[in-house]
Write a protein that binds this ligand. Structure first.
Ligand SMILES: [Zn+2]
Length: 68
């Protein structure tokens, strides 16, 4: 099976990023069926956010999750 680079719009910042054939292959090898919804930098930001949150043991109450 062959993959092709794909442009995806980040759902966080609205930027368009490339979901490369390489990444798609990687995703598939991991069994992920969903395409990434966020660009690498937003993903990274969320990841580090989650790590810092978990170290407090509870989500911060002052950040409304669904507020855009
Ligand atoms: Zn983004």
């Amino acid at each position: 099976m062959s993959f092709q680079d794909k442009s995806i719009q980040c759902s966080d910042c609205g930027d368009t990023f490339t979901f490369s054939a390489e990444d798609q292959e990687f995703f598939q090898s991991k069994g992920y069926t969903n395409e990434p919804k966020r660009c690498p930098s937003c993903r990274q930001a969320r990841k580090s956010e989650r790590y810092s949150n978990s170290s407090y043991g509870a989500p911060p109450a002052n950040v409304p999750r669904n507020l855009r």
